[in-house]
Design a protein around this ligand. Structure first.
Ligand SMILES: Nc1ncnc2c1ncn2[C@@H]1O[C@H](COP(=O)(O)OP(=O)(O)OP(=O)(O)O)[C@@H](O)[C@H]1O
Ligand SMILES: [Mg+2]
Length: 356
């Protein structure tokens, strides 16, 4: 089967700062792929390249068997077709949110795609329920908390039911209940019920990755350090330590799978006890690792700045006139990434649907 994406020798640098250093990778269709790696290993850059927001300095990327190039995006029909197939949620939700209310934010993509009003109302209502956004629906997205913004950004893309969804750290900044809700939603939307859909997400959350992903790619300094079935890659604890996904790397640990659990001895009563003790020790070790990880995560403050788009930190200015200009600029720079459709008329139609 043609893969969702294929990358050969991909290199990318930000004004002399190397980010991807000869990346060779195949991302299969119909799978749930997790991109893992330390801070700065290139996950967000890779996702932006897969979404055609940036292009490699060297090497090739193809999407659904067709080269993904700047030239392709100058063909309006091809660009729109790609944007309808592929949805992208930025690591920092502020890059993505520009509408005056959460309701508008959710309705924006469907309006651009000319869905009928009734369908938009029904789908927005469903998204509001799915993402627990009821109390936030009338509020301006830029005045929400980080985790609330994240949920709105996710909902605003998932509402379009993209065949391929690229998610950059979907649960960063979410509280445990919201994380669990999103994980359950992704399991449903990209699980056995929808076998044709593809999910590619970056994360540092090994619990989430173990729960959702069936395919895992580990990046190290802009290169693929490992790729394969989730269970195999997640068992390589030394590799995960080296990639800073588990604490405790001392620079010397060999990258070997853990020794297999001893086969069950013959005497059932004694073997059950021994196996339980072994499992218990293993569980305690894993829990300790995850506990330290959770503490580290709790200490993390916020998320890093995405590039290639509008400034992450910009807030709408105070005066009404400048605020409109700010929104228009934000709209222009973000809407192409949402659906690829022209934006001017969608902006006008949005007031029609929200006020009726
Ligand atoms: N706008 C930018 N300007 C210059 N360098 C950048 C920019 N964005 C990223 N980089 C650099 O590119 C490299 C890859 O960054 P990237 O954001 O892709 O990493 P990441 O794996 O997503 O990290 P994180 O886990 O922190 O989100 C890093 O060395 C980073 O410093
Ligand atoms: Mg990142």
């Amino acid at each position: 089967m043609t893969p969702a994406f294929e990358l050969q020798g991909v290199q990318f640098a930000y004004k002399g700062v190397p980010a991807l250093n000869g990346l060779d990778l195949t991302l299969p269709l119909g799978r749930r792929t997790a991109l893992l790696g330390a801070n700065g290993s290139g996950k967000s850059t890779l996702l932006r390249l897969l979404d055609g927001l940036q292009f490699p300095a060297a090497g090739r990327i193809s999407a659904f068997g067709t080269p993904l190039t700047e030239a392709m995006f100058t063909d309006e029909a091809a660009a729109i077709a790609f944007r309808r197939r592929v949805g992208f949620v930025f690591q920092n939700p502020e890059v993505q949110l520009f509408c005056p209310s959460v309701f508008d934010e959710l309705a924006f993509g469907p309006l651009q795609l000319h869905w009928p009003k009734e369908r938009i109302r029904a789908r927005v209502a469903r998204a509001i329920a799915q993402f627990g956004l009821g109390p936030l629906a009338g509020r301006p997205p830029h005045r929400l908390s980080g985790g609330e913004k994240k949920r709105v950004a996710l909902a605003s893309v998932l509402i379009l039911d993209p065949e391929v969804l690229l998610l950059d750290e979907p649960t960063a900044a979410l509280d445990p209940q919201a994380t669990d809700d999103i994980a359950a939603l992704l399991e449903t939307e990209f699980g056995a019920r929808n076998p044709g859909r593809t999910l590619i997400f970056s994360s540092h959350d090994l619990d989430l990755v173990a729960r959702i992903a069936d395919h895992v790619v580990v990046l190290e300094a802009g290169k693929v350090a490992a790729a394969g079935p989730a269970a195999e890659v997640l068992a390589r604890t030394a590799l995960l330590r080296r990639a800073r996904l588990l604490p405790g790397f001392d620079g010397t640990a060999p990258d070997r799978p853990p020794p297999p659990i001893a086969p069950a001895p013959i005497a059932p009563a004694r073997s059950a006890g021994r196996q339980m003790r072994h499992d218990h020790r293993l569980a305690v070790a894993v829990a300790q690792d995850l506990g330290v990880m959770r503490q580290c995560r709790a200490r993390q403050s916020g998320v890093s700045t995405a590039s290639g788009g509008p400034s992450d930190r910009s807030r709408p200015p105070a005066s009404t006139r400048t605020r409109s200009a700010w929104r228009a600029a934000r709209l222009r720079s973000c809407s192409a990434a949402r659906t690829g459709a022209p934006v001017a008329c969608a902006w006008a139609r949005k007031s029609a649907i929200t006020s009726s």
